[in-house]
Write a protein that binds this ligand. Sequence first.
Ligand code: DGY
Length: 319
Amino acid sequence: MNKIFVTRQLPNKKLINKLEEFFIVDVWEEEDPPSKSKLQERSKGCWGLLTMLTEKIDLDLISSNPSLKIIANMAVGYDNIDINAANKFSIQVTNTPDVLTRSTAELTIALIFVIAKRLQEGNAAIRNSEWGPWHPNWMIGKDLNNAKIGIIGPGKIGQEVAKIAKNLNMNVMYYGKSPKNGFPGEFVNLNKLLKNADFISVHLSLNEETKNFINMRHFTIMKKDAVLINTSRGKIINQIDLENAIKRKIIGGAALDVTDPEPLPATSELLKMQNVFISPHLGSATKKTRTDMAELAIKNLIEFNAGRIPPNAIDEEGV
Ligand code: DGY
């Protein structure tokens, strides 16, 4: 049997049992991810890896592991894997799309609500004994009804966010490389989106082209009270520029489920800002979604082991 290293505990033991029907399975049992050297050590002699987005799979690891044939990432994003190196060494890479689309879209909408209704600020006021008698002008937030949302990246998650936003009676605009058939919103150029949207939600995958994709140049085009939402990857936004844009009141705030780095250090300026809400990368964090993701990663391994093309093969050229 081929050997697999699973870099974290999976949502339940049954999933490991399933893997053990097909492979010799080694599981990293600690809470924190394996260090670079531990990852190297435990991957030695493995035919496959079941990895998380926390594991950096680089040229070093790939080139020193001649037995490695497949990396099944338990995430839709695979920016933690050097795809060029994997291609060069003919290693199959797979991901787990679709199963997390709805959860991530729901989290995106939750972030919009938190920031629009100023829930973080209101809650902090209560905790700081600043909740006085009801006042007509206190903690005034925003309606989502008729507000404009701009979606950058009309992939599956962006499209699901658009669908929910439409049901909330928001006006949806989107920007991507090309218009998408059936996308519930108006395809616009990036400038028009930035200029007009009250909420700007980023749904891009991270690669060389999208690193720092949103930066000060874009913040200066946005409305003064616009809110930026990011549930994709932290590095897509230039975080220093974002801090400055909020500090200098160039934009109204941000709600981020992803940051650069993760975890975000407790000393980050962003955590001092009441109009910034940060959640700790929870887009796919529901029991069903995480189980589905693990099952899909396992399916990819099993199919590939049987000599078939895995259902979620990444066949991109790399950049
Ligand atoms: C992914 O799958 O890429 C997500 O970020 C994990 O929640």
